[in-house]
Design a protein around this ligand. Structure first.
Ligand SMILES: [Zn+2]
Length: 287
């Protein structure tokens, strides 16, 4: 056996051992969309119901997943039916799913009443999407919903990528600072605007922003193995790995693809455990 062969075999064993040092426990996906009807698809190939989500969770290492719906303005009957459907779908999953219901801020008092109904039904997280729902984060109606959610103990999951509103992260900052009792999850961590999120690390020195969390859906897949990866990892550590959550944004990416991206970013096993599981379990109160 040649010395070169032995050396390369040794390197192979070493890299296999290295690949094994990451967190290997269960994953919680805080960002997966469920489709119920023909007109609520996120992507055209998105299957309906929980079966496609259960299948991709099983293909990865996800043991618990969000089921997200998004409400449209001025359609309270549909909003209520959709929220009922997502609660029922989660219940039927016997612990593998939790519902993320939605209201539209423009629905005012009806939206508030629906939030109260969601609390009574055991919902923990509400989804708001400035792009899909066509609202501006600085709209007082949004602040009213965020304030109400805080009073009722509901977490608000916001999409946080609006490239035609580059001050949106600043608006989230104001919203978080003026509603410290409401926990916010900013999905995609601002995506291409993620550098702005380091402001939360700075302001937490002043006691502001402790209520803000970020999910890594879309952003990890976009920037893993890129020249930007090092800055993203630095930013996450600066903000605090305890404020960062794993998400796939299914059907945009699968949990397996999103998981690989986060693994490729070079976090320690302890950091991965927080991001992939422990932070979400604690924040949302999952077992
Ligand atoms: Zn999404």
């Amino acid at each position: 056996m040649s010395r070169a062969f032995l050396l390369s075999a040794g390197a192979l064993i070493a890299s296999a051992a290295q690949a094994d040092t990451g967190y290997r426990g269960p994953l919680i996906d805080v960002h997966a969309h469920i489709r119920f009807t023909d007109d609520d698809a996120v992507t055209t190939n998105q299957g309906k119901g929980t079966a496609p989500i259960a299948a991709i969770d099983d293909a990865g290492n996800v043991t618990q997943s969000a089921l997200i719906v998004i409400a449209r303005a001025g359609q309270m009957d549909k909003t209520r039916a959709q929220n009922d459907a997502v609660i029922a779908a989660a219940k039927a999953g016997a612990g593998r799913f939790y519902p993320v219901a939605s209201v539209h801020p423009a629905d005012g008092a009806d939206a508030m009443a629906e939030l109260d109904r969601m609390v009574a039904a055991g919902v923990k997280v509400i989804k708001l999407h400035p792009n899909t729902q066509k609202f501006d984060v600085s709209d007082p109606a949004v602040a009213a919903v965020v304030g109400h959610c805080g009073e009722k103990g509901l977490i608000v999951l916001f999409d946080s990528y609006k490239p035609w509103d580059l001050s949106e992260m600043g608006k989230f900052l104001l919203l978080a600072a003026t509603h410290p009792q409401t926990k916010l999850i900013l999905a995609h961590m601002g995506l291409t605007s993620f550098r702005e999120t380091v402001t939360f690390a700075q302001l937490r020195k002043l006691g502001v922003g402790e209520n803000v969390y970020f999910d890594l859906s879309a952003i990890a897949v976009l920037f893993a193995n890129s020249p930007v990866q090092a800055e993203l990892v630095w930013t996450i550590r600066k903000i605090g790995v305890d404020h960062v959550l794993f998400g796939s944004d299914w059907p945009v990416d699968t949990p397996a693809v999103a998981e690989k991206a986060v693994r490729d970013m070079g976090f320690t096993a302890d950091e991965q455990k927080l991001i992939f599981h422990d932070n979400a379990a604690k924040l949302i109160g999952l077992r």
